[in-house]
Ligand binder design. Structure first.
Ligand code: DMJ
Length: 640
């Protein structure tokens, strides 16, 4: 992996960026529909003919084929007279020879009549013009689509709506802060409007080429990832016309019955998370229905010998597999460990425990496993249930697994003590083995590889500052310690931004001798509009109200505006140490879902999406806390 295009996009996986246009597997179908239809008719007539012809064969060759009862078929014939065993022909016996003849005659007549009818129909069809046949096919197709739509509209069982506080508001009193918030909203509009003009329906936008863009995480289909990912940000910013446009596209065009292999993790956090958040915020049923439809399509990924899901699944065939680059055919910790929040909500909303059971099964399996030095390796083989390479990180490949342990506890109204314990144990081991202080006094999180600490921290790992602070309450006597640790990580990540020419952070940075918080390899110098550092500023702001976090967030917003904004949207940059950087020409969907949302929240009051009522999934989609202790999950005591 030497180019930015091959490095991890969202950290839970390392997919190569597919820079070409998406390929459509259907393009090789050369026969037109009408021609296929005629062929089908002729074929069916031919089969009927062959079947019918059988009845015109001489009696001796066919008598033995009729009147078979199930037992007869299963018992080989013994010809008592000759004493020969199993002649290879199965015997027909019947007490009522006459009755059988009549039945035989009746069948023969029926087949003759069917045969005649099929031939007549085929002749009729062939008399029709190509246009007429096409129109008939079209009518049939529309009927099927209509039926499917009716089915889609079927309401799901009602459940008690959780306490949805703080969906609107957050207007800052301070004029300067209000202006900053307005600026972030304007940036969102710029990103969205350009996507709408140049990339509508595609997964992402190429803001310079001004066309759609996609990567292999979304498969080969246009699933409008940016629309789904951006919906809740539009909603909380009060961009209601834009939200309505997005909803309309989802209603009319978002289709999951496609022959396309997608990343289970990415589709879960961006699509299911995005749709569920849009549902809770707006109350529009369509989002819930789509989320459930998609979840159904992901379930076959869990059909592995251990129940640890494959990384990818084909939405149509349900066939799953893992990334070719993953150690020993393994699934990735941060991928199969980042499903819990969405899946619990799916069970809550549908009354179907299947989703809950899938993620709890993963948890139970992990609990039983030995952990080297108390650490969770990033790779687990779904066939054998054994760890792959002993590589542990809080950045890419590991990150959101830890995040979801904490958030499972928060989302359960702090009743899921098992999740909290797993989180506490995991971060204790991480602190012991992975977190160090540099010579210059910067706290960093390294990566553990086969008993050796690599002093390198990824941009993705910067989210952990926010996680430590969010989890501080609940760690009893260590709350102060985790607040402090979160603040130290925020400072380190801010330094990684501040030590660049563009004031934007590199993909990963080293702590090696005199080198501190700086990327060394060219392939680590890019910034692709990632949110993690701003996410941490926001959590720190909410918990401390220290104005430095708003200041740091504003610095990042200005740098994005200055170096990433182009007339066709926002683009990542290839080298944050160069004052004239090249653009990568990709507007990532998470820029609208996360980066701009966290910035907007940073300049909003705490009454917008308060953290004791909402828990943000790893793609920044807010899901309400489920006060399960007071709630009946419809028909599902198992889920409680
Ligand atoms: C996002 O897709 C999610 O935050 C994911 O968990 C990892 N990071 C990317 C953006 O960097």
């Amino acid at each position: 992996m030497t180019t930015p295009a091959l490095l991890p996009l969202s950290g839970r996986r390392i997919p190569p960026l597919n820079l070409g246009p998406p390929s459509f597997p259907h393009h090789r179908a050369t026969l037109r529909l009408s021609e296929k239809f005629i062929l089908l008719l002729i074929l069916s007539a031919f089969i009927t003919l062959c079947f019918g012809a059988f009845f015109f064969l001489p009696d001796s060759s066919k008598h033995k084929r009729f009147d078979l009862g199930l037992e007869d078929v299963l018992i080989p014939h013994v010809d008592a007279g000759k004493g020969a065993k199993n002649s290879g022909v199965f015997l027909i016996h019947g007490p009522d020879e006459h009755g059988h003849r009549e039945e035989e005659e009746r069948l023969r007549n029926k087949i003759r009549a069917d045969h005649e009818k099929a031939l007549e129909e085929a002749k009729e069809k062939l008399k029709k013009s190509r246009e007429e046949i096409r129109a008939e096919i079209q009518t049939e197709k529309s009927k099927v689509v209509q039926e499917m739509k009716m089915k889609e509209k079927k309401p799901l069982p009602p459940v008690p709506v959780p306490n949805l506080l703080g969906i609107n508001g957050g207007d800052p009193e301070d004029n300067d802060i209000r202006k900053k918030r307005e600026k972030i909203k304007e940036m969102m509009k710029h990103a969205w409007d350009n996507y709408k003009i140049y990339g509508w329906g595609h997964n992402e936008l190429r803001p310079i080429a001004r066309k759609g863009h996609s990567t292999n995480i979304f498969g080969s289909s246009q699933m409008g990832a940016t629309i789904v990912d951006a919906l809740d940000t539009l909603y909380i910013m009060g961009l209601h016309d834009e939200f309505r446009d997005g909803k309309k596209w989802i209603e009319d065009s978002l289709d999951f019955s496609v022959n396309s292999e997608v990343s289970v993790f990415e589709v879960n956090i961006r699509f299911i998370g995005g749709l569920l958040a849009a549902y809770y915020l707006s109350g529009e049923e369509i989002f819930k229905i789509k989320a459930v439809q998609l979840a159904e399509k992901l379930l076959p990924a869990f059909n592995t010998p251990t129940g640890i899901p494959w990384a990818m699944v084909n939405l149509k065939s349900g066939v799953g597999r893992n990334w070719g680059w993953a150690s020993a055919g393994s699934s990735i910790l941060a991928e199969f460990g980042t499903l819990h929040m969405e899946f619990v909500h799916l069970s809550y909303l549908t009354g179907n425990p299947v989703y809950y059971k899938k993620v709890m099964h993963i948890r139970k399996l992990l609990q039983k496993m030995d952990r080297p030095n108390g650490l969770y390796p990033n790779y687990l083989n779904p066939r054998t249930g054994r760890w792959g390479q002993y590589h542990t990180s809080v950045g890419g490949l590991g990150d959101s697994f830890y995040e979801y342990l904490l958030k499972a506890w928060l989302m359960s109204d702090k009743t899921d003590h098992e999740a909290r314990k797993m989180y506490d144990d995991a971060i204790e081991a991480i602190e012991k083995h992975l977190i160090k202080k540099s010579r210059g006094g910067l706290t960093f999180i390294g990566e553990w590889k086969n008993g050796h600490l690599e002093k390198k921290m990824g941009h993705l790992a910067c989210f952990a500052g926010g996680m430590f602070v969010l989890g501080a309450d609940g760690s009893k006597d260590k709350a102060g310690h985790y607040l402090e640790l979160g603040a130290e990580i925020a400072r380190t990540c801010h330094e990684s931004y501040d030590r660049t020419a563009l004031k934007l952070g590199p993909e990963s940075f080293k702590f090696d001798g005199a080198v501190e918080a700086v990327a060394v390899r060219q392939a680590e110098k890019y910034y692709i509009l990632r949110p993690e550092v701003i996410e941490t500023y926001w959590y720190l702001w909410r918990f401390t109200h220290d104005p430095r976090y708003r200041q740091w967030g504003w610095e990042a917003a200005l740098a994005i505006e200055k170096h990433c904004r182009v007339s066709g949207g926002f683009s990542g940059v290839k080298d944050v140490y160069s004052s004239t950087p090249a653009h990568d020409d990709v507007q990532q969907s998470f820029f609208l879902a996360e980066t701009l949302k966290y910035l907007y929240l940073l300049f909003s009051g705490d009454d917008l999406l308060p953290l004791d009522h909402w828990v943000f999934n790893t793609e920044a989609h807010p899901l309400p806390v489920l006060h399960l202790a007071n709630t009946t999950l419809s028909g599902n005591p198992a889920v409680r």
